[in-house]
Design a protein around this ligand. Structure first.
Ligand code: OSB
Ligand code: MG
Length: 363
């Protein structure tokens, strides 16, 4: 990273979701998102911090991430004389600034971000949707029907104790041949093994992160008892974690999230580790605004992203996105990878300013 960075601009935006999103750890109705702009020689690169509003998916959250980027990541990037020690954890905070630097470099090199990161294996990426826990099963079935009609290639539903086997059974009965999977966001323990085994009846593509957010060993024990492949999300934060999980047979599939990995460099290493072990990966989502979404699209052009991801159209989340055009789905259930330089979409600066709650420049 030879570029001299002139300044880092942080902003926190507020974007209400068009529909609440509920997981085993709670319901989100609006997002508070930190956007990171890195400036060098009149060029700006953009990144998004994917931390949630509360420390429930993992330990990171918007307000804490703001301080980590402002007090630790930005001063280091600016070359200020700060103690030489690595920042432990806070991958989403670090990943927001890291991704912005990749976008900056892509723009300085006059090429698309997917090319900058060494992607470009596909011109369109296969898309699935993640559907949250609904108030009723009929609500869920209706949502699934809408997404299938839009063309999405696979459906992921969120599960938790009390909203799992019976719900999956009803979805399966209604849609016998769709690609279906379930994400528990760490809602179970090994004591639920017999209960989780009942999900084997519904030929799910995978079950995502059933056990603790920081566990690999119990997942290996559970995987030995399940036919359904386990996909790990929360507990894979480094490529080394993936090596260990694969070696222990804790999973058959890995969800890669840019923020959780701390940015493109480690996400790419994870991609390569999984590819070398013939473990397929797909790109997860964190209810991103257009900037994070565009980064996810670029990431999904690496060769081993062979399964449909959770990256979907802007309008599923936002009445209006901060990028233009909004991310759209083709009738084939894909997103066409933009070929413009950098992350490939225009920023809607007026709208971004209108939804900005706070902004700070660090120089
Ligand atoms: O576990 O994949 C997850 C959203 C927030 C936190 C965690 C997760 C999710 C999703 C939504 O599943 C993915 C998306 O549509 O962006
Ligand atoms: Mg998940």
């Amino acid at each position: 990273m030879a570029t001299r960075i002139d300044s880092v601009v942080l902003r926190q935006i507020r974007l209400p979701l068009v529909h609440f999103f509920e997981t085993s750890f709670g319901r989100t109705i609006e997002r508070q998102i930190i956007l990171v702009e890195v400036r060098a020689d009149g060029v700006s690169g953009w990144g998004e911090v994917t931390a949630g509003e509360h420390p429930f998916y993992n330990e990171e959250w918007t307000d804490a991430a703001w301080l980590v980027v402002r007090n630790y990541c930005a001063p280091r990037l600016l070359g200020h004389n700060v103690p030489h020690s690595a920042i432990r954890g806070h991958h989403m905070a670090q990943g927001g600034i890291e991704a912005a630097v990749w976008d900056l470099h892509a723009r300085q090199n006059g090429r698309p971000l997917y090319e900058e990161i060494g992607g470009g294996a596909r011109k369109e990426i296969p898309c699935g949707v993640s559907i949250g826990i609904q108030d009723t099963v009929p609500d869920l079935l209706k949502k699934i029907e809408t997404e299938l009609a839009a063309g999405y290639q696979r459906i992921k539903i969120k599960i938790k104790p009390g909203w799992d086997v019976d719900v999956v059974r009803q979805v399966r009965e209604t849609f016998p041949s769709i690609k279906l999977m379930a994400d528990a966001n760490s809602a179970y323990t090994l004591a639920d093994t017999d209960h989780l085994r009942r999900l084997d009846d519904f030929y799910l593509m995978m079950i995502e992160q059933p056990l603790a957010h920081d566990d690999i060993i119990d997942h290996a024990q559970l995987q030995a008892k399940l036919h359904t492949p386990i996909c790990l999300d929360e507990c894979i934060r480094t490529a080394h974690h993936a090596e260990q999980a694969i070696r222990m047979r804790a999973c058959g599939i890995i969800n890669i999230k840019l923020g959780r990995m701390g940015g493109f460099a480690e996400a790419k290493r994870l991609h390569d580790v999984a590819q070398a072990a013939s473990v397929p990966v797909w790109c997860g989502g964190m209810l991103e605004s257009g900037i994070g979404r565009a980064h996810n699209i670029a990431l999904s052009t690496l060769p081993n992203f062979v399964l449909p991801g959770d990256v979907s159209a802007s309008k599923r989340y936002w009445a209006r996105d901060i990028i233009s055009p909004a991310v759209e789905i083709t009738p084939r259930g894909t997103i066409e990878v933009p070929t413009g330089i950098g992350f490939g979409y225009e920023l809607d600066h007026d709208f971004m300013d209108a939804v900005t709650l706070r902004k700070e420049e660090i120089r």
